[in-house]
Design a binder for this molecule. Sequence first.
Ligand SMILES: [Zn+2]
Length: 230
Amino acid sequence: MRTTVLTPHLTQLTRLAMMNAYLVREDDGFTLVDTMIRGSGAKLAAAAEALGAPIRRIVLTHGHADHVGSVDQLRALLGDAVEVLAPARDWRIVTGDRALAPEEGTNKLRGSWMKVATTPDTLLSPGDRVGSLEVVASPGHTPGHVALLDTRDRALISGDAFSTIAGTTVSGVMNWRFPLVAIATWDAGRAAGSARALRALEPTLLAPGHGRAVRQPSAAIDRALAKAGN
Ligand SMILES: [Zn+2]
């Protein structure tokens, strides 16, 4: 597990050189954003411990298995005092209900979904706050995908709305040097719309689910949006 301190509030944790989770520092300890694939829990917990604060809550950006994979293990390791928060829309899918609402169109769900034993303490909707983080709607990669904007410094934890491996790329745009995110994307058109909305937040830092963080990312996002036909 590689640990990269990005800002005084934000640390990136990376496994296998391609998969990120984030520790967001709050007054009472850390908020962990995403949990990587199954089997990463002990490493994530150890990374927080090495940084000297407990994990108080776990927030998930979306329901794919490489983001929710270690929730159960972390719950077992850290106990029920750790609050688990997940986007309400995606959690319906995680619990087995794959039906789409009429307004969500007819695209098939994609990517890897797994059964999770943990029941979230809180189901999130866009506009909710989690400590310093604002929950921002960003559907497209999955129906209920959310990004998290740190209101202290406008760092944006984007989940899979963007990836930055082999260049900043909007979810749903095929990047043959790292096709995983596009292959797992449910609705590329909605993902492009969400990317545009996230760009309008004028983030100071883009912290993606896959790839390095990008500082002052607006120009890189604009180039990515141009490739997305936006
Ligand atoms: Zn994903």
